[in-house]
Write a protein that binds this ligand. Structure first.
Ligand code: NAD
Length: 494
């Protein structure tokens, strides 16, 4: 069955239709047990439409389709050049459908339309093209050992890969996951978040148009405990690539251990520090600190949620940073002037408001924000806390909302230890004009990414992932390809 949404908004007017079924073996099908789940518009709190959801039986059918495709029509049977061409065609199709896909994303998860079109959609296209370029450049090596041997390595695909992704950047994360998996010749069963199925459903026919054979990419919506768990436990899945919370990451590792020891890569949460030294270009630091924590309503894994500011510039920073928070404009996500949308769901809204309440209860100072916006939908004011102590919940736990905890520091050596006092290690941002300070800090922070004089801005060509409990393995760059291939050593006795 299909659903048609009639957009009549200030920035997008059109009707968009997509199938709400499960996309398996190149066709939309109904789930075996006919399960459905209502999708809610976070701007209004109202149901948009139901979509089909998979259970273990459907996951099994999808895995079988992926396995058959891997054996018969994909993997190294298809030249890298052809896989790259298909990925490029897919990128072109996404680009052609930018307005429509951005509209679906805004409707479904409450991202403001203008930045979604400009950032998420453009970035997704770029990521697919980046990996299209890699598809015919994945190489083994010859290895010289002794005169009587000829040895080389091959980089072979892993096989059938389950990909489980969250809701904070649905389409962009699809590109991050599908790009390297398909470039390297794997088949995929992709499970989007139950909160954000729309763009995944809309791109399914585009995959077909791009030329990917049936079964190479299967898209199955469903809940975590049911479809996600079934995929993670499936004995015929060779790898799970996951992006989401640390809690779910643990469950996926356990499921792998208990089933077939499938490979697992995890991109998890964070509590990333932003460190601003007193010699920083203050205007630049304020701008990026704002982007770091308030971009996407704070729903970014690498959000700069702990901000350490050196005493000499603290007051001026706080004055300007509060203005950034106050100037964000909440409202209709399709109004071109809106820069701040709702949190994705009632659950996330309650979670974020709960953290704000705990910060107030722990006697942190609310510099700005701290309340719900309006009464409809799940809007939270961009919120800044000062006088935060390292042991407070708002300083330790990932909030995944527009809530910054600001700390004043004096001692340059101590700030690195303070910033590292977390179980997470996804990213950090450092602001200074001093090259030595910049490098000492960028190297001293225990995190997979250090940004200097910028923040919260991954690059396709660089690895992205976590130290400590922020993850295993890396997305993006050449490094992701290592996790989508397995290496074989071939020895010849001459
Ligand atoms: P989540 O872990 O609840 O859900 C993520 C995905 O996992 C969803 O598709 C969900 O259905 C699935 N899932 C849930 N339980 C499962 C289970 N038992 N087995 C298998 N799959 C299961 O996370 P979320 O609330 O959707 O997303 C927010 C979290 O994701 C935050 O912690 C954030 O930091 C993290 N995140 C990380 C990155 C990154 O790249 N490091 C990017 C975005 C989000």
């Amino acid at each position: 069955s299909t659903y048609t949404h009639h957009f009549d908004t200030p920035s997008y007017k059109a009707s968009v239709t997509f199938d709400t079924g499960l996309f398996i073996n190149g066709e939309f099908v109904q789930p075996v047990d006919k399960g459905t789940l209502d999708v809610v518009n976070p701007t209004t709190g109202k149901v948009i439409c139901p979509v089909s959801i998979a259970n273990a039986k459907d996951i099994d059918i999808a895995v079988k389709a992926a396995r058959a495709a891997y054996k018969n029509s994909w993997g190294l049977k298809v030249p890298g050049e052809t896989r790259g061409k298909m990925l490029n065609k897919f990128a072109d199709l996404i680009e052609e459908h930018t307005a429509e896909l951005a509209a679906l994303e805004s409707l479904n998860v409450g991202k403001p339309y203008a930045p979604t079109k400009m950032f998420d959609l453009a970035a997704a296209v770029k990521t697919l093209r980046y990996y299209a370029g890699w598809a015919d450049k994945i190489q083994g090596k010859t290895v010289e050992t002794t005169e009587d041997k000829f040895c080389y390595t091959r980089r072979e695909p892993i096989g059938v890969v389950g990909q489980i992704i969250p809701w904070n950047g649905p389409l962009l994360l699809i590109a991050w996951k599908l790009g390297p998996a398909l470039a390297a010749g794997n088949c995929v069963v992709l499970k989007p978040s139950e909160l954000s199925p729309f763009t995944a459903l809309r791109i399914a026919p585009l995959l077909k148009l791009a030329g990917f054979p049936p079964g190479v990419v299967n898209i199955v919506n469903g809940t975590g405990p049911q479809a996600g768990q079934a995929l993670s436990e499936h004995p015929n899945v060779d790898k799970i690539a996951f992006t989401g919370s640390t809690l779910t990451g643990r469950k996926i590792l356990e499921a792998s251990a208990k089933s077939n020891l499938k490979q697992v890569t995890l991109e998890l949460g964070g509590k990333s520090p932003t460190i601003i030294y007193d010699d920083a270009d203050l205007e630049q630091a304020v701008k990026w600190a704002g982007h770091g924590i308030f971009f996407n309503m704070g729903q970014a894994c690498c959000a700069g949620s702990r901000i350490f500011v050196q005493a000499g510039i603290y007051d001026e920073f706080m004055k300007r940073f509060s203005i950034v928070a106050k100037n964000l404009k909440a409202g209709d996500v399709f109004d071109p002037t809106t820069t701040h949308g709702p949190q994705v769901s009632k659950t996330q809204f309650d979670r974020v408001m709960g953290y704000i309440a705990s910060g107030k209860q722990d006697s942190a100072t609310v510099e700005t924000g701290g309340s719900q916006i309006g009464t409809e939908g799940y809007f939270v004011e961009p919120t800044i806390f000062s006088d935060v102590k390292p042991e407070m919940k708002i300083a330790r736990e990932e909030i995944f909302g527009p809530v910054a905890a600001v700390f004043k520091f004096t001692d340059e050596k101590a700030v690195i230890d303070l910033a590292n006092d977390t179980t997470y290690g996804l990213a950090c941002a450092v602001f200074t004009k001093d090259i030595k300070r910049a490098m000492t800090t960028a190297h001293g922070i225990e995190a997979g990414t250090s940004w200097v004089n910028m923040s919260n801005f991954p690059d396709n060509a660089l690895p992205f992932g976590g130290y400590k409990q922020s993850g295993l393995g890396r997305d993006l760059g050449e490094y992701a390809l290592e996790h989508y291939t397995q290496i074989k050593a071939v020895h010849f006795n001459l």
